[in-house]
Design a protein around this ligand. Structure first.
Ligand SMILES: Nc1nc2c(ncn2[C@@H]2O[C@H](COP(=O)(O)OP(=O)(O)OP(=O)(O)O)[C@@H](O)[C@H]2O)c(=O)[nH]1
Ligand SMILES: Nc1nc2c(ncn2[C@@H]2O[C@H](COP(=O)(O)OP(=O)(O)OP(=O)(O)O)[C@@H](O)[C@H]2O)c(=O)[nH]1
Ligand SMILES: [Mg+2]
Ligand SMILES: [Mg+2]
Lengths: 279, 291
């Protein structure tokens, strides 16, 4: 690719292509390039490298959350619901999150509310052991709402937990009855604890393309998603769809998953993320 | 829909008997947007649009169609051709036939292994499932539960025996017990993870599969091309299976992966239950990608 130091017309097509290849999607890619062009003009920018920096600034602006997470607010018991489509990395992420918060002094309990998928409860139990936290589970096939009810009560009473993280079954956002099931799970938690769930994380696979936006919209409507956890960023996909999700829905990325081990988990850093996408 | 968007484009241009270059250029912009929105890879879209443009300019608009419909017809035909003919599983030659399932983490391999086993059992074969994922917590239990649901045996050796050894032993067992098909479920992995890709090469070497099937999630975005290339370069793929097509992901990755590997799409995963598998049909997938 011809690397000019002075800005030429090819640059704008190159920027748009880089963004689209990163799964940013055409509308947001075009908007970002337009914003960059306007600023380049207004600020009298001449060097290609500076145009890239301006683009990165505009992307960081979109990705920077307006508010901190509720998970850190002081309260007796914080309830976190983890949702998302099949195979996105929910169960693994919960194991990592348990480890993360236990290391930060929280008393964590996990709720095994995926009562549908083969060996889902076994899988979460292994993660619970690795993280050194308790798990509340019923038998496969049990009502997920009943598991949540039990997990909340155990967290409050026998386990004295201050953070309950609930795993749910993967579900495609187009399945009405499964999305209804999520609403029901939320209501169970809300009945037991004031303003619960305090955080609803949508776990999103970074290799997902434009369907991520449809996922975020549906899960936001049914489950009240408050944040995104972007997984599998250790792969070659850039996860650019989160720009549209922020831009259109205002849902921020809070954490990232960068591997299959318990420590492969970090707070979302917009600057590092953007450099990975268009650096 | 694409037809509606193209209709809008052609309403602004004069109606003619043939598609002019101006007509086609305007239409190709909409086609490009539709394909990118459907997650077809940027470079694949470029080549595709160039090919369609060539076929469309100067083309007669058929009596029964509007110019917009004529362009959609050309795009649809080109898509169907690229997606390729449906192809069955290669079960030729001496039994046991080995099917090896590979792909990224969470793409649906374990579920698809069981789906294929059920399908084969129903068609008179004697399949055996092999739990060659020694990494994912409770992966073996997952496959064992699925195997029980469909009355297909599962060969496993725990998580301390190398995957290639488990696979090799399974093939020998299959030969001894007259199983016709050995279905290898492997661990999810990144195509850039050299050590894990080496493991795949070893499994392939000791089992000589008649099918190496890349399992691809329908919602995969632009990187589908590099993922497929990566797997294909290390273990020559013989087929593709796209999963989770029961959602509303457009599935453009199918076009990208097919284009870059030349490998046939064999099946689609259409749900979470084990009967939810269908043979690939190019016209239905083409319509879905076009939106
Ligand atoms: N490379 C990589 N793999 C990951 C990451 N997070 C999860 N995985 C893998 O992705 C696969 C699916 O993870 P799960 O935790 O089972 O996903 P899930 O969303 O709970 O799946 P369902 O419950 O079936 O919907 C597993 O093989 C995980 O090891 C990540 O950050 N990087
Ligand atoms: N809706 C739907 N869900 C599917 C389909 N295929 C698989 N799943 C679900 O997707 C999730 C992941 O499936 P797995 O079979 O565990 O995927 P995997 O590739 O074996 O995952 P790893 O072994 O961790 O790499 C599970 O929740 C499955 O039930 C499908 O066609 N449609
Ligand atoms: Mg899970
Ligand atoms: Mg698996």
């Amino acid at each position: 690719i011809f690397q000019a130091n002075e800005i030429t017309d090819e640059l704008w097509e190159e920027l748009e292509e880089t963004l689209i290849l990163g799964d940013v999607g055409v509308p947001v890619a075009q908007e970002l390039v337009e914003r960059t062009q306007k600023r380049v003009e207004r600020e009298n920018i001449k060097a290609t490298r500076d145009a890239y920096l301006i683009l990165q600034q505009e992307m960081v602006r979109i990705l920077t959350p307006a508010e901190p997470m509720r998970i850190d607010d002081p309260r007796l018991l914080t309830i976190v619901l983890v949702v998302g489509v099949n195979g996105s990395g929910k169960t693994t992420t919960i194991g990592k999150m348990a480890h993360w918060y236990k290391n930060r002094g929280r008393k964590v309990v996990l709720g095994a509310a995926d009562t549908f998928r083969a060996a889902a409860i076994d899988q979460l139990k292994i993660w619970g052991e690795r993280a050194g936290v308790d798990i509340i589970a019923h038998e496969p096939g049990a009502d997920p709402g009943a598991v949540v009810f039990d997990a909340v009560r155990a967290s409050q009473e026998s386990r004295q937990a201050d953070l309950l993280i609930v795993d749910t079954a993967g579900r495609l956002q187009t399945k009405y009855n499964l999305m209804q099931e999520l609403e029901k799970i939320k209501r169970v938690a809300a009945k037991q604890v004031h303003r619960a769930p305090h955080e609803v994380f949508l776990v999103l696979d970074a290799s997902t393309g434009q369907n991520a936006i449809s996922q975020a919209k549906s899960f936001k409507d049914s489950a009240g998603v408050t944040g995104i956890i972007l997984t599998k960023l250790d792969g070659t996909s850039k996860g650019g769809a989160v720009l549209s999700i922020n831009h259109e829905l205002g849902v921020p990325v809070r954490f990232v998953g960068t591997g299959e081990q318990i420590a492969d988990f970090a707070e979302f850093d917009p600057v590092a993320f953007v450099e990975g996408l268009v650096g | 829909s694409l037809t509606d968007k193209l209709q809008g484009v052609f309403d602004k241009l004069a109606r003619q008997g043939k598609l002019t270059e101006a007509d086609v250029n305007a239409a190709m912009r909409e086609v490009r947007l539709a394909l990118l929105e459907a997650d077809v890879n940027y470079k694949v879209v470029k080549d595709f649009v160039a090919r369609v443009r060539e076929r469309a300019v100067g083309r007669e608009v058929m009596e029964s169609l509007t110019p917009a419909q004529q362009v959609v017809k050309i795009v649809n035909e080109e898509l169907i051709e690229l997606l390729g003919k449906p192809a069955p599983l290669n079960l030729s030659g001496q039994t046991p036939h080995v099917l090896m399932l590979v792909g990224l983490q969470g793409s649906g391999k374990t579920t698809m292994a069981a789906k294929l086993a059920l399908r084969l059992r129903k068609s008179g074969q004697r399949p055996i499932l092999v739990a060659a994922d020694i990494y994912r917590p409770a992966a073996i239990q997952q496959l064992e539960i699925l195997g029980k649901q469909i009355d297909v045996p599962v060969h496993s050796e725990g998580t301390s025996v190398p995957a290639a050894t488990i696979a090799k032993n399974a093939v020998r067992l299959a030969r001894e017990k007259a199983y016709t098909t050995v279905i290898l479920d492997t661990a999810g992995r990144l195509q850039i993870d050299d050590q894990m890709m080496q493991e795949l090469e070893q499994v392939r070497m000791v089992t000589r599969p008649s099918e190496i099937l890349l399992i691809v999630d329908a919602m995969t975005g632009q990187e589908a091309v590099h993922v497929a290339e990566g797997f294909n370069q290390r273990v020559a793929l013989t087929g593709l299976i796209m999963t989770k097509i029961d959602g509303d992901a457009r599935g453009g990755a199918a076009l990208s992966v097919r284009q870059v590997t030349g490998v046939p799409i064999k099946f689609l995963g259409t749900g979470e239950k084990l009967p939810d598998i269908e043979p690939f049909q190019p016209d239905r997938l083409a319509g879905r990608i076009l939106g």
